[in-house]
Design a protein around this ligand. Structure first.
Ligand code: NAD
Ligand code: LMR
Length: 332
């Protein structure tokens, strides 16, 4: 029997990530090729005409899984009954800016949209914040939507996770699909810590440690980390626009694994509410290695953290604590 459609909200849907993301959702990339969807697309009035153009294109593409499109500038209409909310709306950073430089513009959006989601989304709606500063926007959304369970509010660090896979794949000349269990710790910012201490690579003679195969700790602790941390800035420099297709694809990966589960023995990185695991201050939205089952994520426990990693985990936590204070100062 055909499944009931799932309602998926995309805010900022007339923007460049939105334009890449909505056809992926309508094709089943996010929720599976047997899952019908109804797209709710929100943007602001100056983008209403462009948003309507995106709706026209969705109709023209005749996606078999797409059972309806709501395109609106009314936040209540956009949020009503949604099962999944992908929060992309906001202002992207430009060349020379850090992601937190868009803080004052974006946190107030997340405060007001928190209330709309809380009052109008379907119970148990899963929320993914993409707009920067992603962790802190998610934290503000959580704090101003206290009735949404904290477990349901996450932010995107899967793009950084995928970037780390991409770099290891190029370095070792292996397929990304043969690499697993890299980790992004912390903030989706230049303090994030891409960590391959526990990553493995499938080879013809079995699974091997990525670190041993790379056999260049200097690169892993230096250039590799910097490339992943600075990849967003490198894309902006090259395209004069921030990443869009990779962000959209990674957002689909994030939701798909959260809803449908991670493969046995594999973890992914998600920005989630810290419960104090790995001595990360409780209450921050921090990227951890997680496994997902039955629509719930669980932080992978018991990984060894050496002194080098400890310092990196603490530095990115410290930045998030500072961002939280800055966000509140922008809201007051
Ligand atoms: P964009 O400017 O092309 O699109 C953003 C859209 O949001 C625009 O259409 C704008 O009108 C809309 N918008 C603004 N305020 C809104 C509001 N209050 N409600 C609804 N919509 C609103 O930007 P983009 O390139 O699509 O990027 C969107 C965001 O995603 C930026 O903040 C960017 O920095 C961030 N981003 C995050 C990641 C990540 O990995 N977390 C990756 C790439 C981009
Ligand atoms: C990215 O990582 O590509 C996005 O967060 C955009 C940015 O500002 O870097």
């Amino acid at each position: 029997m055909a499944k009931d459609p799932v309602r998926v909200l995309v805010t900022g849907a007339a923007g460049q990530i939105g334009y890449a993301l909505v056809p992926m959702i309508a094709r089943g990339v996010m929720l599976g090729s047997d899952q019908p969807v109804i797209l709710h697309m929100l943007d602001i009035p100056p983008a209403a005409e462009a948003l309507n153009g995106v709706k026209m294109e969705l109709v023209d593409a005749a996606f078999p899984l797409l059972k309806g499109v709501v395109a609106t500038t009314d936040v209540v209409e956009a949020c009503t009954g949604v099962n999944i909310a992908v929060m992309v709306g906001g202002f992207p950073r430009k060349e020379g800016m850090e992601r937190k430089d868009v803080m004052s513009k974006n946190v107030s959006i997340y405060k007001s949209q928190a209330s709309a989601l809380e009052s109008h989304a379907a119970p148990n709606c899963k929320v993914l914040v993409v707009a920067n500063p992603a962790n802190t926007n998610a934290l503000i959304l959580k704090e101003f939507a206290p009735s949404i369970p904290a477990k349901n509010i996450t932010c995107l660090t899967r793009l950084d996770h995928n970037r780390a896979l991409g770099q290891i794949s190029e370095r070792l000349n292996v397929q990304v699909s043969d690499i697993k269990n890299v980790i992004i710790w912390g903030n989706h910012s230049s303090t994030q810590y891409p960590d391959v201490s526990h990553a493995t690579v499938k080879t013809s003679s079995g699974e091997k440690s990525a670190r041993e195969l790379v056999s260049d700790d200097e690169w892993l602790k230096g250039e590799f980390i910097t490339i992943v941390q600075q990849r967003g800035a490198a894309i902006i420099k090259a395209r004069k626009l921030s990443s869009a297709l990779s962000a959209a694809s990674s957002a689909c990966d994030h939701i798909r694994d959260w809803v449908l589960g991670t493969p046995e023995g594999t973890w992914v990185s998600m920005g989630v509410y810290s419960d104090g695991s790995y001595n990360v201050p409780a209450g921050l939205i921090y990227s951890f290695p997680v496994t997902c089952k039955d629509g719930e994520w669980t932080i992978v426990q018991g990984l060894s953290i050496d002194e080098f990693s400890r310092k990196k985990l603490d530095a990115t936590a410290e930045e998030l604590t500072e961002e939280k204070a800055l966000a509140y100062s922008c809201l007051s």
